[in-house]
Design a protein. Structure first.
Length: 152
């Protein structure tokens, strides 16, 4: 168990499972970024892998607090080669004109839902992008949370 009165090192030690020979434990990591509003074909976010190792993206969560303002505006999310490339393997066609929380598990769309390899910083596919498609999302506000595990 972990207590608020534990020294930091003790609290961290209690979060990890017991040592086992040949097994390396890593913690999930999270990146939280603001969503940017924009016209169709603009990017609501583009995040480069901050790690020096490849990672697996286990989830992308989109928390829309202010709807985009235009019906038919959608978001596609994928691992990409740079900040201006896109795809839809994580989330495909998320409605940007509705508030709420969405993720790759419950709101994947037709092509989404995959956990993906995210190449290390400077690698071939080291960005995760969210592109606004079909219509403008001029009023869009909220957060994107990228959940990943470093493969080190």
């Amino acid at each position: 168990t972990i207590s608020r009165t534990d020294p930091t090192a003790e609290a961290v030690k209690n979060m990890l499972p017991p040592d086992q020979s040949g097994i390396a434990y890593v913690m999930k990591r999270y990146i939280v970024e603001d969503l940017a509003s924009g016209a169709a074909n603009a990017f609501a976010f583009a995040v480069q892998n901050p790690e020096g190792v490849d990672c697996v993206v286990t989830n992308v969560i989109v928390d829309i607090t202010t709807a985009g303002g235009t019906a038919s505006s959608v978001l596609d999310v994928d691992v990409a080669a740079d900040a201006t490339s896109t795809g839809d393997s994580i989330i495909d066609g998320l409605d940007l004109n509705a508030t709420g929380v969405a993720d790759r598990h419950d709101d994947a769309g037709t092509n989404g839902g995959e956990p993906l390899k995210w190449d290390k910083n400077g690698g071939t596919n080291d960005y995760i992008t969210g592109k606004i498609l079909a219509q403008n999302a001029s009023n869009l506000a909220g957060k994107v949370i990228i959940e990943y595990v470093p493969l080190s």
